[in-house]
Design a protein around this ligand. Structure first.
Ligand SMILES: [Zn+2]
Length: 894
């Protein structure tokens, strides 16, 4: 590639840092240049090239390496593990791994055995690279790490690494994202390469390379495991139980290098010995960085609170988990604002230096790290044993498929979950058989308490400081969400038991429902499927298979059983012969319940032939795609529809929606975003006319706020400013728009608290009051779980029990819609009941209470359904994902 060569030559003229100054390398180990044609930093190694080099290293050193594929991405790219160790251990890897797993479970491990394992086992250092596909240097650093460890000669540190450790390199966690980055970078590259930050080669078009195919941030996916990449990594980690796990990233090009110790706040389940190890590894990297004059920082920005990061999840399994961050050249070179040029090679060398310091430090502290690991898992059992929640009982509620999904989610993270075969008694309560039991007294106790406890405490001093900062409008230092309790988000009731529960039970496996070919039992009239996640999945697949299904818009009782609103009805008379044989496998696959009925005569409520029983159809869905949608919201919605509920989706770029025939679709989903391209009179008229002809428009989060904008007015409510005033656009009397100097004295303003009036001049000057902003969005909520009360008479709430918890993030507050305009089918709870988990400041709590979460507005033959928040948040908000699926699956029928 000529252009790259020119740039490489220019950069070579500047001093390019050596990988390891003075190192001598074994010529029998191939260099990257010999295999791929470029040296480290001359090119961004592509996802296709990367395994070619690893294979060459594996072939040159077969006795010291193992290369294996651990999963495939959505786009079909392989994910690799490259294991480096002594020939003796590589030859007996299965035995070593079995011993590593024994060390991870202190139960049944005798004192002698424990001591023997600590004496004999290697410390395992797991180095993960490039989970964010546009954070490019770390994957090339992975190749440099592998080369150096295999080729360097006469290096005592590396000899120790082979003697006392195994290094596992995950070189490229997100090849789909990396591929996306590399293509756009090459496409945009100037003849000589351009270091200008805003140059096209650095400036990624939507959605950028950070995320995977479904646009997930996989560094938030660890306990959710929604993506195959994460599932593969977790399976691999649970085979090995590494003692040190590092996730290597990139950050903005003007920064330096970050390694631990991390910033506050810490997850409260991190132990003192782990914190001591953060310092041990931080100091060791600092020594190497100081030797070479590389700048770095620690204790800022990157915290260890949220349990779904690539470093925190291994921490909660007992490892020393760490994140490293390198300033990104976002290409081959980047002009920093201080005038210096940061090269791609710089980034590789920095990551390489930190990684080699880490594997060396791990080897030097082998015994300590193994002891700490064993002690972490032993003390987790002891702590759980003494916990007031010695055992958690997950109670299957109106939608038992959600409890099962939660049980399986936990089991696939190495958490032992049992299903009770008999009723469970906790205090005065008796929970029927079929409940799930999770004991805290197990080696993964700290991880499971993070996921099952309603609240994970944040350090008080940290919260106090954030309170001070926000009051001064300094912005908070909260890195991610403050709540993630899975039972709340799955809307599964948990009953904690202070004592061990001795009931007959069987372990829950992670296996999906076995494919069953068994037909349903025969039925004269048909089958009733109570609504829930599994039923929605079943109905979606059955509709696509051509089975005719109806949906009960009101409750009824039949054959002595009550069926709540939303029950799906499959009639024999409306379907072809062989219904039982066709429907049976679909019901079994999704784990739904189908009740055969021989009579349609109800005991109470509506009849099966009532006008309130509507025919469903497989919806044709248009999902707005590309800019200005927020890519995560668009990706989550697409994933939830396509992969969770099996709903076909046509993703159409917002810029092309005017070319689409809207009548080809039953549902339009607008993911979070501000849709300026659709705000003109003509696009809005088209959308409104389509809704009136029977369309279902679903808007999410910022798209709902856009729809509530007075000019757009697709829903007839408004968002609020701080203090409760409607968020209408500022109008300047002079007619100029967007003036920042507007005084707000226009007649349209009302209720401004800070407005001056004749009487205030009599009082002493109030400095604090005088500096309050005049027009401001509501107080920000940094990601918390709040309660919503649902209107159980509305079909949108099929499968819900009247109250659920939702993930709330940001500053959107919707005034409830008036009764003559629509219905508030989900409303935030009253102030005292509002917060289920996490940090919600008082001002936000005051203003959010009883405001609208889910708004329904009929329009002609169709309707608009507006979610105040993203119901598909990271795809771990199971209960609200069902609300979203209801909107899409049921909307066209009503
Ligand atoms: Zn990153």
């Amino acid at each position: 590639m000529l252009s790259a060569c020119v740039l490489a030559l220019q950069l070579a003229a500047a001093a390019q840092p050596e990988l390891a100054p003075g190192a001598r390398y074994d010529p029998r180990i191939p260099t990257i240049k010999q295999v791929l044609g470029h040296d480290f930093g001359e090119q961004i190694t592509t996802p296709e090239e990367l395994p070619l080099y690893l294979r060459a290293l594996n072939q040159a050193a077969p006795d010291r390496t193992r290369l294996s594929e651990y999963a495939r991405t959505w786009e079909g790219r392989p994910l690799w593990l490259f294991v480096i160790g002594s020939p003796e251990r590589i030859a007996q890897l299965d035995r070593v791994k079995a011993d590593l797993r024994r060390l991870a479970d202190p139960r049944g491990l005798s004192r002698d055995d424990g001591e023997r394992l600590i004496r004999e086992l290697p410390v395992v250092t797991w180095l993960m690279h490039g989970v964010h596909g546009n954070e490019i240097s770390s994957s090339d650093a992975a190749l440099a790490e592998a080369y150096h460890l295999l080729a360097v000669q006469g290096d005592q540190d590396v000899q120790l690494v082979f003697r006392d450790s195994i290094v596992v390199i995950d070189p490229m966690q997100n090849p789909d994202g990396r591929a996306r980055f590399v293509v756009q970078n090459l496409m945009g590259r100037a003849a000589d390469g351009d270091a200008t930050p805003v140059a096209a080669e650095h400036d990624e078009p939507w959605p950028g390379g950070r995320s995977n195919h479904y646009l997930f941030d996989m560094n938030r996916d660890w306990f959710s495991q929604s993506q195959p990449e994460t599932q593969g990594r977790i399976t691999a980690l649970l085979e090995w139980f590494p003692h040190v796990a590092v996730d290597l990233h990139e950050m903005g090009g003007d920064s330096t290098y970050y390694f631990g110790p991390p910033a506050a706040p810490f997850n409260p389940h991190i132990t003192k010995s782990q914190i001591a190890s953060f310092d041990l590894f931080g100091r060791a990297s600092a020594v190497k960085f100081d030797e070479r004059g590389f700048a770095y920082f620690n204790r800022e920005n990157y915290d260890e609170f949220y349990p779904g990061y690539g470093d925190s999840w291994p921490i909660l399994q007992g490892a020393v988990g760490m994140t490293y961050e390198q300033a990104s050249a976002r290409g081959l070179a980047w002009k920093r604002t201080d005038g210096a040029t940061l090269t791609y090679r710089d980034g590789i060398v920095h990551h390489f230096t930190a990684a080699i310091a880490t594997v060396t430090t791990a080897a030097k502290n082998r015994e300590r790290l193994l002891k700490d690991f064993l002690e972490y898992r032993r003390s987790a059992i002891e702590e759980g044993d003494k916990s007031s929640a010695r055992e958690y009982v997950l109670v299957p509620g109106v939608d038992p498929s959600r409890a099962l999904a939660l049980a399986r989610n936990l089991a696939s993270q190495g958490i032992e979950v049992r299903r009770a075969a008999e009723p469970v008694k906790v205090a005065t309560r008796t929970i029927p058989a079929g409940a799930f039991l999770v004991s805290s007294a197990q080696p993964t106790g700290r991880l499971l308490r993070n996921l099952l406890d309603p609240h994970t405490a944040q350090d008080e001093a940290f919260i106090k400081e954030q309170d001070r900062r926000r009051k001064l409008r300094l912005g908070d230092e909260i890195y991610d969400i403050t709540a993630w309790s899975l039972p709340l988000l799955f809307d599964v009731e948990v009953v904690p038991s202070p004592s061990r529960l001795d009931v007959k039970s069987s372990p829950v496996s992670t296996a999906k429902n076995p494919p069953a070919s068994a037909p349903l039992p025969p039925a004269k009239v048909g089958y009733l499927l109570p609504w829930g996640t599994a039923t929605a999945e079943t109905v979606s697949e059955a509709l696509r298979a051509g089975i005719r299904i109806r949906h009960a818009g009101k409750p009824f009782a039949l054959a002595g059983r009550k069926f709540p609103i939303g029950t799906a009805i499959v009639r024999v008379s409306e379907n072809d012969a062989g219904l039982a044989a066709r429907l049976g496998p679909i019901v079994a696959k999704h784990g739904a319940e189908a009740v055969p009925i021989d009579s349609g005569y109800q005991d109470e409520g509506i009849s099966l032939g009532s006008a309130s029983v509507v025919a469903l159809k497989a919806p044709r869905v248009l999902l707005a795609w590309d800019t200005p949608t927020q890519s995560q919201s668009a990706g989550w919605a697409r994933y939830v529809l396509e992969r969770r509920f099996g709903v076909a989706v046509t993703a159409i770029r917002v810029s092309a929606i005017d070319r689409a025939d809207l009548d080809d679709f039953d549902v339009i989903v607008l993911p979070s975003g501000t849709y300026a391209p659709l705000a003109g009179d003509e696009p809005l008229r088209r959308i409104r006319d389509w809704v009136r002809r029977g369309g279902t428009l679903v808007t999410i989060a910022e798209a709902s706020r856009w729809a509530a904008n007075e000019r757009v007015n697709l829903i007839e409510t408004r968002t609020e400013l701080r203090g409760g005033r409607p968020e209408v656009e500022e109008r300047n009397t002079s007619g100029a728009s967007g003036s920042s100097g507007s005084t707000g004295s226009g007649s349209s303003q009302s209720g401004g608290a800070a407005q001056g009036s004749g009487t205030t001049t009599q009082q002493a000057f109030d400095y604090n009051k005088s500096i309050q902003p005049e027009r401001e969005r509501p107080e920000n909520t940094p990601g918390a779980i709040v309660r919503v009360t649902t209107d159980q008479e509305h079909w949108l709430n099929s499968g819900q029990d009247g109250e659920l918890q939702v993930m709330l993030e940001g500053q959107r507050i919707f005034t409830p819609i008036r009764l003559d305009r629509g219905r508030n089918v989900g409303v935030y709870a009253t102030r005292d009941k509002l917060v289920a988990s996490g940090l919600v400041w008082d001002e936000a709590r005051d203003q959010l209470a009883q405001k609208a979460y889910l708004i329904y507005e009929p329009m002609g033959q169709g309707h608009v359904i507006a979610f105040a928040e993203d119901p598909n948040f990271r795809a771990f908000t199971e209960a609200t994902e069902l609300l979203f699926a209801n909107a899409v699956l049921l909307g066209p029928a009503y």
